[in-house]
Design a protein around this ligand. Structure first.
Ligand SMILES: Cc1cc2nc3c(=O)[nH]c(=O)nc-3n(C[C@H](O)[C@H](O)[C@H](O)COP(=O)(O)O)c2cc1C
Length: 295
């Protein structure tokens, strides 16, 4: 797969499930990331082909919990994202799924406490040796492209230095979310600091942060020089953000044929963005226990 070409990409936890990925791709996303899956959990899964719906499922052994579901249609464009703090465990997880996906990504940007306390996500940003160990272990042992996603460090210089070290591991692309760990989602993403990384690297850099309209794709590319753009909330609120023809109405972009947890989460995010969870529609979604309730 050529990493310079894809332009519009999306990545999200809990809500980055197969139906939303397929919908985003239908609207024009070139690449979609699966929700981050923790290696500890994934290594306890078994791969099963689901003949009924034509999917490939990774199911937690001893349960019917689908931890990751994919299908042939997205084989050449889906990125499997791992949360990890250990090179060998990350490799074990990656080897289980690498033939079913287009690339393996390591999440080094998640600021949530479950990630940080487990030494994963943004906790890795302060451990360049461990980053090197994880990425070189994956690179040495996999034929599938390996990528990673980071956040900004304290200074732009620190971010660039880390990005250069990451590039040396041989990864195919680096996604940069233009916020620091302490930043809130409402703080503007610092596109100028993404531009510093783009200027310093030769591999494709994927710029991420604050893409809410189709025209923003070009704005962030112009501002950063990045070859590709990643969008999360904009796609969650309305997956048709990828369409050059303009967004369809929010109802038309909602997914019903999805698991309840993910659909509920997606609807809550949409309602928080467009109105309020305190209103009757918000309260009804919170109370709902099935797709029928949601409908
Ligand atoms: C509900 C939700 C779930 C997310 N899950 C992930 C994830 O699993 N992996 C990841 O790398 N980033 C995840 N993110 C962060 C986004 O990928 C992205 O870096 C961040 O939201 C900034 O991009 P945006 O301004 O387009 O939303 C998530 C964001 C949201 C809102």
């Amino acid at each position: 797969m050529v990493w310079g070409t894809p332009e519009y990409i999306r990545a999200m936890h809990v809500v980055g499930t197969l139906p939303l990925r397929l919908l985003a791709a239908d609207y024009g996303a070139d690449i979609t990331y699966g929700e981050e899956i923790i290696d500890h959990k994934f290594v306890k899964c078994e791969r099963r082909v689901n003949e009924h719906i034509g999917s490939t499922d990774f199911i937690e052994k001893g349960t019917e919990n689908v931890v990751f579901r994919t299908c042939n249609e997205e084989r050449n464009r889906v990125v499997f994202q791992i949360g990890t703090s250990d090179a060998v465990r990350a490799l074990t997880a990656a080897q289980m799924v690498c033939k079913d996906v287009a690339a393996i990504d390591i999440n080094m940007g998640c600021p949530k406490s479950f990630s940080i306390s487990g030494g994963m996500g943004a906790a890795l940003l302060t451990k360049p040796e461990l980053i090197h160990d994880i990425l070189t272990t994956l690179k040495r042992n996999l034929d599938t492209p390996v990528t990673c996603k980071i956040r900004l460090l304290k200074s732009s210089q620190d971010t660039v230095e880390l990005a250069r070290r990451i590039e040396k591991t041989g990864v195919s692309a680096l996604a940069v979310h233009g916020r620091r760990v302490a930043d809130r989602p409402r703080d503007p993403a610092k596109w100028s600091e993404i531009a510093d990384v783009v200027a310093a690297l030769s591999i494709p850099v994927i710029a991420n942060g604050d893409i809410f309209e189709y025209d923003d794709f070009q704005c962030i590319k112009d501002a950063t020089g990045a070859s590709s753009v990643m969008v999360a909330r904009g796609a969650l609120w309305n997956a048709s953000i990828f369409s050059p023809e303009g967004k369809v109405s929010q109802e038309d972009s909602i997914l019903w044929d999805n698991d309840i947890k993910s659909t509920k989460h997606t609807l809550k995010e949409m309602i928080m963005h467009y109105s309020s969870l305190e209103l009757p529609e918000g309260k009804a979604v919170i109370k709902s226990e099935s797709l029928a309730d949601l409908a």
